[in-house]
Design a protein. Sequence first.
Length: 192
Amino acid sequence: MNIILLGPPGAGKGTQAQKLVEGRNMVQLSTGDMLRAARTSGTEMGNKVAAVMDAGNLVTDEIVIGLIREQLEAGGDHGGFIFDGFPRTLAQADALGSLMEEMGQTLDHAIELQVNDEILVERILGRAAEAIAAGGTARADDNEESLKTRLMAYYKQTSPLIGYYHAKGDLKGVDGLGSMEAVAGEIAAILG
Ligand code: B4P
């Protein structure tokens, strides 16, 4: 089974993907994590995307599609892919459809985690405060200024994907305001 987790920053995509990895032997493909890893290891691409990410803007389609292609081609034996934070634009959605078709695979569900802006801001700024309180550093894009840009990018570039997957009959909406366990329960009911 291959699924997409859709939703604004802080909706809980990464959180729920992790639960599915633990419970169903699925593979999490988080473009956010891949980009952060590229930055940390100081690759040319990582250095190129750092400022874009810190400001809260989307990295180019070409880069993220390339990252996903590499992961899909790596193959492996598992319970399916969880696309976490990908696709984020219509061009990425089309590219994913073509890649899956090339591999003879299908996308089973696009699950939209629905959370209002007020809660998103609370969660993201809460995560930043927790990291600092623990003696570490907050993610460079977990601040009020970048978050505004991330939310704008979501509504402008990513939210059209809700209609895109709805038209294909693949969209499932989940109330993302509940506890992490409650959200996981709703997702489990969809996956069966
Ligand atoms: P991502 O890493 O995808 O980050 P995100 O959307 O901000 O987070 P997510 O929704 O996964 O939230 P999480 O579970 O962590 O992207 C970062 C950046 O990378 C983007 O801005 C962009 O620059 C770049 N990028 C990534 N993919 C791209 C693409 N495809 N194209 C172009 N650019 C791309 O949860 C957040 C917080 O909420 C956590 O503290 C968590 O504990 C808490 N939380 C989660 N669920 C909760 C619940 N039910 N109740 C209470 N708290 C909850």
